[in-house]
Design a protein around this ligand. Structure first.
Ligand code: HEM
Length: 489
């Protein structure tokens, strides 16, 4: 009898959801989209590599497509034209973010910049970070920090010559060191926290959890059941994060650390501790993995395309020479290197679907009616592979950017790895400088090869930040005279 009732309830729910979805679609005139499954809609597509699934679907349903994620309605954008229209004419309407379980738990009720709602709080926090951390003056004041840390990376590599090196770990350590020195005035010391609360691992786990698909976000009755088992992981990680960040905030308050860094600034204007911790976590988590993952993709592409690697090395040889390392002023003259970095962003945008945006009010887009609280997913990965915009889109061809004015800075909508409009990445200038400098120094200082017997696998790992499925393991050998590797700062 119970089984009969359960089956009846399931069928009834399915029929109601499908009819509701069809009715909503016809009444609201939403953009076209694939038929949704009852209750889950298209949630199953999020579980693999959604940017790739949505890319394929956009060939059938067009560049503005509607999908259902449980009880949420989302529109997915996959073309330059649609992205330009929505991120210029409707930028304010879609400037908010949905409330999700992971940032609620990890980021002190979504008090971080990247997940908080659009409004005065977001504006204030974003403004403080932009002026205190990412203005050109502040960025150039940290130039020596970046040079020192990239040189430390070269020294670590030089100590492991001819043996396989896990570049993912090396690059993540480098970016975390730079960002912590800039934002919190110090590096985390080895052994400063217990082994299971090692800051880099805790931050990478937070990034993984932020990108995980938590079914409770989409099917409210599953929130309590927690079918993916995320709640205990979130609680454990939140506790570790709070332990690291609270100590940091207290040390700054007690003036153990005094460097005029972001924590000092946030404290001086009276921001409460939970908001300071959320913003610092955002900067550390938002900046570390994205920047490291991009550099790792770039180096992988160069290893896969030896002719491109040779051209970058030749350019550096001509412009900089072999007796000193590349510095930041050289970057303006390294046009082929910049083209390699842009081509990497085109094929491997670290956050291929951005972070979900949410509309704050209803709007009409291309004759479609989009209700308030609709999600907006912008598929930068798909736009980077659009044959209408790019010749041989699947090929790695940095030459396409030589003599081209297309840039990644949010004005050329066919290439927006940092997003565009109000919610675009705050850390873009730092990220660009870090990726270019690190890549230039790595290929200038070393010959690179894969370990004997291994081949390059370019598969992607699922997550909001799309890293290589298999970390890049590479072997380095010296290219420059020994004195160049000695720290000269
Ligand atoms: C290669 C490196 C990076 C890439 C590809 C990247 C990409 C992005 C993207 C796509 C967004 C979302 C845009 C949107 O939703 O419309 C974003 C937002 C953000 N990024 Fe980055 N990012 C990178 C590095 C950084 C760095 C170094 C930092 C800080 C140190 C940072 C901090 C942030 C923050 C705080 C936001 C939220 C902005 C907001 O919601 O107002 N990112 N980033």
């Amino acid at each position: 009898m119970n089984w009969f009732l359960l089956a009846f309830a399931c069928i009834l729910t399915a029929v109601i959801s499908v009819s509701w979805w069809l009715m909503l679609k016809s009444r609201l005139r939403l953009p076209p989209g694939p038929m949704a499954l009852p209750i889950v809609g298209h949630l199953h597509l999020l579980l693999k590599l959604p940017h790739q699934s949505f890319h394929k679907l956009s060939h059938k349903f067009g560049p503005i497509m509607t999908i259902k994620l449980g009880n949420k309605t989302a529109i997915v954008i996959s073309s330059k034209k649609a992205a330009k229209e929505i991120l210029t004419s409707y930028d304010r309407v879609f400037a908010s973010r949905p409330v999700l379980i992971s940032p609620q738990s990890l980021c002190y009720n979504s008090k971080n910049i990247s997940c908080c709602k659009y409004g005065p709080y977001w504006r204030e926090m974003r403004k403080i970070c932009t002026t205190e951390l990412f203005s050109s003056k502040r960025l150039s004041s940290f130039q020596n920090t970046r040079l020192e840390e990239t040189q430390n990376l070269l020294q670590r590599v030089a100590e492991q010559l001819k043996v396989p090196i896990n570049m993912k770990i090396e690059l993540s350590t480098l970016t975390l060191n730079v960002i912590t020195r800039m934002a919190i005035g110090k590096k985390f010391r080895h052994g400063e926290f217990s082994e299971d609360a090692e800051p880099l691992n805790v931050i990478l786990e937070a990034v993984r959890l932020m990108g995980a698909v938590n079914l409770g976000d989409y099917i409210p009755f599953l929130k309590r059941l927690d079918p993916g088992g995320y709640i205990p992981r979130l609680k454990k990680t939140s506790k570790k994060i709070d332990c690291i960040l609270q100590r940091l905030v207290d040390d700054h308050r007690e003036e153990k650390v005094k460097s005029g860094d972001l924590v000092d600034v946030l404290q001086s204007v009276g921001i409460e501790d939970s908001a300071i911790k959320a913003v610092i976590l955002d900067i550390l988590a938002g900046g570390t993995d994205t920047t490291a993952v991009t550099t790792e993709w770039a180096l992988s592409e160069l290893l896969r395309n030896p002719e491109c690697l040779r051209k970058v090395q030749q350019e550096i040889h001509v412009i900089v020479g072999d007796n000193r390392l590349v510095n930041e002023n050289d970057l303006h003259h390294l046009h082929y290197l910049k083209a390699v970095v842009k081509e990497t962003f085109r094929l491997h945008p670290a956050a291929p679907m951005m972070a979900p945006h949410e509309s704050i009010e209803a709007c009409t887009l291309k004759g479609y009616t989009i209700p308030a609280k609709t999600w907006l997913l912008i598929n930068a990965w798909s736009m980077g592979r659009d044959p209408a915009q790019w010749d041989s889109p699947e090929e790695f061809m940095p030459e396409r950017f030589i003599n081209s004015s297309i840039d990644v800075k949010g004005c050329d909508f066919e290439l927006i790895p940092f997003g565009a409009g109000r919610r675009m990445c705050v850390g873009m200038s730092l990220a660009l400088c870090m990726v270019e400098l690190t890549l230039a120094r790595l290929v200038q200082a070393f010959h690179w090869a894969l370990p004997d017997g291994s081949t390059m696998n370019m598969e992607e790992r699922q997550g909001v930040i799309v890293a290589r499925k298999h970390p890049l393991i590479a072997v380095a050998n010296r290219r420059l005279p020994p004195e160049v590797y000695i720290n000269t700062l």
